[in-house]
Design a protein around this ligand. Structure first.
Ligand code: GLA
Length: 668
């Protein structure tokens, strides 16, 4: 199976990290191409992504093929020693497709059409869309299969199109038939006796369109599963076409970081290289650094611990926030090194050069509108030099495991987001981030994991909140703890089965037995905007949630609620090697609690006694030190090291300036 390693550790050549970005030269006069390539070379760019949105250029009218410009571009890129990640252009169909085949245009839940004029206006279920996408992919792959510049395929772009239209209704019914077999089974599973929703015919079933009041949660959950599956079908179809032509080249599609619409675990299993787009807000460098760390730990986990790729990040400002701040000097470099520290072997940007026209003219590029003399390009050159230095030592190496496993599952997130929920403030995506941040701030090594994964190697598993847990997951947790594992489990977990049916007792009975809970009588969400925003738990305050739980004999009560409606009730339990948190401790308390659990499990911070704002990450036998603060700091690293970024020898201490970094190896 082709891997990123094939590109970063080519036989007979020194190992390298990939560095580059989306390049859209079709937006520029052809005379400028060679100059761009020259500037890329100067910056150490190894790879460019071409053709992401080029469909209308490649196929200006149905069936026509205009490959000449791309031939010249591929040849020129190759002549400059730069490799190509070639995209299938199927994320943005040309206007003629929508005009001739209106059924290729998706509909929103109100039935409104998403017209051409922007991008991603394709109905995943439309046969016409799929046929045209397959045809252009086929011809593109056939034409460039043997081109020496081509090193990887990039399928579509950020799959993220929901569709509530008629084409979707048709395939949704097919998907449901495969899943349930009979209408009776569907009616029972969805509980359609509620509000007289019983279906008498498959044709009555629609995507969950706008309705008068709350929709059936099992229906909505299945629609989310179906959407992820149908988009994955589109990906697979194109992947299989390019694979047929180039079985030796890796294939990827770029994830939106932690986007709720794709089951990332299922998708990653279908990719040769897992790649992600990550755009933290530079307005808050500390929060942004955490976002990077979180996305990196997730993507590395999806890649099974193997090296992964940042397909897109911004060199400076994006153009889609209310206020779009550039990155202050040094931050782009720091965040790039952070991705590498956490396992990336390839860092690409959106994009090489900002467009002068179109919706993204204010989006930064590796070379800004100020050109080669600008600060942005200078930093691009500096980063290229850093990556070139690190490549031979870093490429292919692993972030040592197993560390703490942080559990996340998309299906549970989807189910928990239903509109009829107990608290509109409860969101699994937020909670998994909050717990990850606590672990990150404590400097502890962590990876994300699916609740079905084999957890045995992890000394500690933390589960912030999984509303929905299937039997396999519950059995997996039981097995893990029985085998000596330690578990910290957050509230409102194991509440529903895979069809979003409530499990009696407030939580799955096997899980209650594991955690020392007899039953949960009531869930008591806390209103962050109300007078009871915080619950006094003695040594800390709980937020967001609380529970009226009755402990089982043998459970030790570590903290109890004081005052308020749950006065005297347990807030935190310990039972054997498990702990249960019925509330979300404020950040400092959560950090302390998780750090204690890690300590008991024998997991320690990568480096202890770090100054505030410094992150330490091991990759292979190297130690990355990353300073996310502005004031210079001194870090103690006993012994003699060499900083690969500067070549300097480091004796016992290293000083890091604002957004500074060091990559240390033991002195030979
Ligand atoms: C996404 C897309 C890119 C670009 C960037 C802008 O990640 O994939 O084409 O629009 O956003 O931030």
């Amino acid at each position: 199976m082709p891997r990123l390693d094939d590109l970063t550790r080519p036989p007979g050549r020194p190992a390298r990290l990939l560095y580059g970005g989306d390049w859209n030269p079709e937006q520029w006069p052809e005379e400028t191409w060679a100059e761009d390539l020259r500037l890329m070379r100067r910056a150490g760019v190894t790879t460019v992504t071409l053709g992401v949105f080029s469909w209308a250029r490649l196929e200006p009218e149905p069936g026509a093929r205009e490959f000449g410009w791309l031939d010249r571009l591929m040849d020129l890129t190759r002549a400059h020693g730069i490799d190509v990640v070639l995209a299938t252009p199927t994320a943005s169909p040309p206007p003629w497709l929508g005009r001739r085949h209106p059924e290729t245009l998706p509909r929103d839940e109100d039935g409104r059409t998403e017209w051409w004029g922007s991008r991603q206006h394709f109905a995943h279920s439309s046969e016409a869309y799929r046929a045209h996408a397959a045809a252009i992919t086929e011809d593109l792959a056939a034409r460039y299969a043997g081109h020496p510049a081509l090193v990887m395929w990039h399928i579509n772009n950020e799959y993220c199109t929901y569709d509530w239209g008629d084409e979707a209704a048709r395939t949704f019914r097919g998907w449901l038939r495969d899943r349930y077999g009979t209408l009776d089974a569907l009616n029972t599973t969805w509980g359609t006796d509620f509000w007289s929703q019983r279906y008498a015919s498959w044709d009555e079933i629609l995507p969950p369109r706008r309705a008068h009041y709350l929709r059936n949660p099992s229906h909505v959950l299945d629609f989310r599963r179906y959407t992820s599956d149908l988009l994955l079908e589109c990906y697979r179809a194109e992947r299989d076409i390019v694979r047929k032509h180039t079985p030796h080249l890796p294939v990827t599609t770029n994830f939106m970081p932690f986007w709720s619409g794709q089951d990332g675990w299922a998708w990653a299993a279908e990719e040769d290289v897992v790649s992600v787009d990550v755009y933290p807000d530079p307005a808050d460098p500390r929060a942004g650094a955490h976002e990077n760390a979180f996305v990196a730990d997730l993507t590395r986990a999806e890649a099974g611990g193997r090296p992964w790729m940042v397909m897109e990040q911004a060199a400076g400002a994006v153009n889609w926030r209310t206020v779009n701040r550039p990155k202050p000097e040094g931050l782009n470099r720091l965040w790039t090194l952070q991705a590498v520290a956490r396992g990336a072997d390839a860092v690409h940007f959106f994009q090489w050069r900002p467009s002068r026209q179109g919706a993204e003219k204010f989006h930064s590029g590796m070379i800004g509108h100020s050109g080669a003399r600008g600060r942005g390009y200078r930093e691009t050159v500096r980063i290229g030099a850093d990556l070139a230095r690190l490549g031979p030592r870093v490429a292919g190496s692993r972030v040592p495991g197993p560390g703490i496993a942080l559990l996340h599952d998309w299906h549970s997130w989807w189910a928990g987001r239903h509109e009829g929920a107990l608290s509109g403030h409860l969101d699994q995506g937020d909670l998994v981030r909050t717990w990850h941040r606590a672990l990150w701030e404590a400097g502890l090594p962590v990876t994300l994991a699916h609740p079905h994964h084999d957890l045995a190697a992890h000394p500690l598993v933390v589960l912030p909140h999984l509303y929905l847990l299937d039997d396999t997951a519950v059995a997996n947790l039981e097995r893990y703890v029985a085998g000596g594992g330690r578990l910290v489990c957050g509230f409102f977990t194991g509440v529903a089965d895979p069809h979003d049916r409530i499990r009696p007792g407030g939580m799955d009975a096997r899980l209650r037995a594991l955690l020392g809970i007899d039953r949960i009588d009531e869930w008591w969400p806390l209103d962050p905007d109300g007078p009871d925003a915080r619950a006094d738990c003695g040594t800390f305050r709980g937020t967001l949630w609380s529970e009226e739980l009755v402990p089982a004999p043998g459970a030790e009560i570590l903290a109890s609620y004081r005052g308020g409606p749950l006065d005297g009730r347990p807030a935190v339990l310990r039972h054997g090697r498990t702990r249960y948190l019925s509330t979300l401790p404020e950040p400092r308390a959560l950090r302390t609690l998780l750090a204690e659990a890690a300590h008991e499990a024998g997991i320690h911070p990568v480096v202890t006694g770090l100054p505030d704002g410094v992150e330490a990450v091991r990759r292979g036998d190297l130690l990355f030190l990353l300073h996310h603060g502005r004031d210079p700091v001194t870090v103690r690293v006993p012994g003699r090291h060499r900083d690969l970024l500067t070549g300097a020898t480091v004796d016992d201490t290293v000083t890091l300036d604002r957004f500074g970094a060091a990559v240390l190896e033991e002195h030979p």
